[in-house]
Write a protein that binds this ligand. Structure first.
Ligand code: ZN
Length: 501
């Protein structure tokens, strides 16, 4: 028997087995349970057939410390297929939560996002990533029989850029009456340091991801990608999305990448290239700060506009690329510390791309964390290493009140504890969002393709959904998707890792 006939025979056998059970079941138990058996049998046959798909070769998955680690390798279509297949249950679950959030905030239906993905984003995606996205759909469908299609997955990949960048721009263009209050997000606290600032004089990089807890509790994938072309990648990420998207990653040529989002950014270029594609391409193909800058600028659509914090472990140089749409600026140094907490610093970017941002309001979350980063990094100059970086990500000093308190102004954000919320991002009082996980690495670790990562609040605190929803019924719409977010331990991950090793 060839492999394919053996496979076909197995499917027929399973199918007949199911039919026999159904026949037997029909006479003794309810038709409903017999039908369940039938459905399960067909699903098993489908999964069995998919398991033998040659595209799955080399892909693997295990769980540790609250993270799901997946290794993906090969041609773009195979990387996608492995991604879709290995993370199928998580993709379906994340898609439900994310799409509900996108529709809720924008007051647009899902068909609107599918159309934007199909007509505006898809034609400008390089063939390599089109194949990977197509692969995700095929792997997902093979595993679960999912009804999600390519337009769904492309729109889902753009969840950081379509609702909060494209839609407000479109509402303005179309002079939409009673348009919802949409603001670009303010994701993350991060820094990169080098030279006399760090303990060993080499680069240290750390980042915690700020987002809604609804999405953030699902942001717990470690992707180890060995693509056929480009560099090896180790990054954190979201199920079903081809870029890291909160952006923390390293590649085998020595580039270290993270970012924080530019608060109150406004603008969108419908002719540009999706940010999630440029960000993934940058991590896969850039071997230097210059390469990375070039890739991010090529087709810049303004989506998910970030202050990129970069390091090149080959040279010890770090950089900050403040990527507006109308303006941008690149700073670089071999001796310094560059921090981010969602504030733009270049006067031209502030003027042209963030017209509403007030850099002088010391009480806002971005500026209060800016002050805390400045103080904390200076205090620890010459001592910064990965262990210290982990502690900094869990810092609870409020630079405005000058006290320890969890709220929206601490590096480890807990906006659910703040009666102020964050108005700059349209986060209403007690918004269930904040720091949802953290990562750190340094040049020596990056050379061996290793990172540290912790799920949940980087301070180790837990978020409990039920008491929160009972106290804040205004967020009841999130109830189907909002779950407890328990912190895990700081856990090391590296390329080529397998379970328990
Ligand atoms: Zn905390």
């Amino acid at each position: 028997m060839t492999d394919s006939t053996r496979r076909a025979a197995a499917i027929v056998f399973l199918f007949l087995g199911g039919a026999a059970l159904w026949w037997a079941g029909n006479s003794t138990t309810s038709a409903a349970s017999a039908n369940d058996v039938m459905v399960a049998t067909i699903a098993a046959a489908r999964e069995h057939a998919a398991e033998n798909d040659p595209r799955l070769k080399g892909g693997s998955r295990f769980e540790e410390g609250g993270w799901i680690y997946v290794h993906l390798e090969g041609e773009p279509g195979a990387i996608g297929y492995q991604h879709g297949y290995l993370l199928a249950p998580e993709i379906e679950d994340a898609f439900a939560a994310v799409s509900a959030g996108m529709m809720h905030s924008t007051e647009r239906d899902w068909e609107f996002f599918r159309k934007a993905a199909h007509e505006m984003l898809w034609p400008k995606i390089e063939a390599e990533y089109q194949q990977e996205l197509q692969g995700i759909v095929e792997g997902l469908r093979a595993r679960t029989g999912s009804k999600l299609d390519l337009d769904d997955i492309v729109a889902f990949n753009a969840f950081e850029e379509l609702p909060d960048y494209y839609v407000p721009w479109l509402n303005k263009q179309q002079k939409t009456v009673k348009a919802p209050n949409l603001k670009s997000p303010g994701n993350c606290s991060a820094f990169v340091a080098t030279g006399s600032w760090t303990k060993d004089g080499l680069i240290v990089m750390a980042h915690n991801n700020w987002t809604s807890y609804m999405n953030g509790e699902r942001w717990r994938i470690v992707f180890d990608i060995a693509p056929k072309s480009g560099y090896r990648i180790l990054m954190d990420g979201f199920p079903g999305v081809i870029a890291s998207d909160d952006d923390f990653g390293i590649n085998s040529d020595g580039l270290m990448v993270t970012e924080t989002t530019i608060t109150q950014f406004e603008g969108w270029d419908p002719h540009g290239k999706a940010e999630f594609v440029r960000a993934r391409k940058g991590l896969q193909y850039a071997g230097s700060i210059d390469d990375y800058t070039k890739i991010m600028l090529d087709g810049n659509n303004g989506g998910y506009a970030n202050d990129w914090l970069l390091g090149d472990r080959k040279t010890g140089e770090i950089a900050q690329l403040e990527l507006g749409l109308k303006a941008y600026k690149l700073w670089r140094t071999k001796d310094g510390a560059l921090a981010g907490s969602n504030w733009a610093r270049d006067p031209k970017v502030i003027k042209e791309d963030t017209p509403q941002f007030d850099p002088n309001n010391k009480e806002s979350s971005p500026n209060a964390r800016h002050a805390r980063w400045d103080g904390l990094l200076k205090e620890n100059k010459g001592k910064i290493d990965v262990t210290l970086a982990e502690q900094m990500l869990g810092d609870h000093a409020d630079s405005v009140e000058k006290k320890e308190e969890v709220n929206e102004r601490t590096l480890c954000g807990h906006v659910d504890a703040s009666p102020r919320g964050v108005k700059e991002w349209a986060w209403t009082p007690f918004y269930p969002g904040g720091a949802v996980q953290g990562k750190a690495t340094d040049a020596a670790m990056a050379k061996e393709m290793r990172i540290m990562a912790r799920v949940g609040h980087p301070c180790g605190g837990n978020f409990l959904a039920k008491p929160f929803l009972a106290a804040h019924p205004e967020y009841a719409w999130q109830e189907p998707y909002l779950r407890d977010m328990n912190a895990g331990p700081w856990t090391e991950f590296r390329s080529n890792q397998t379970a328990g090793k």
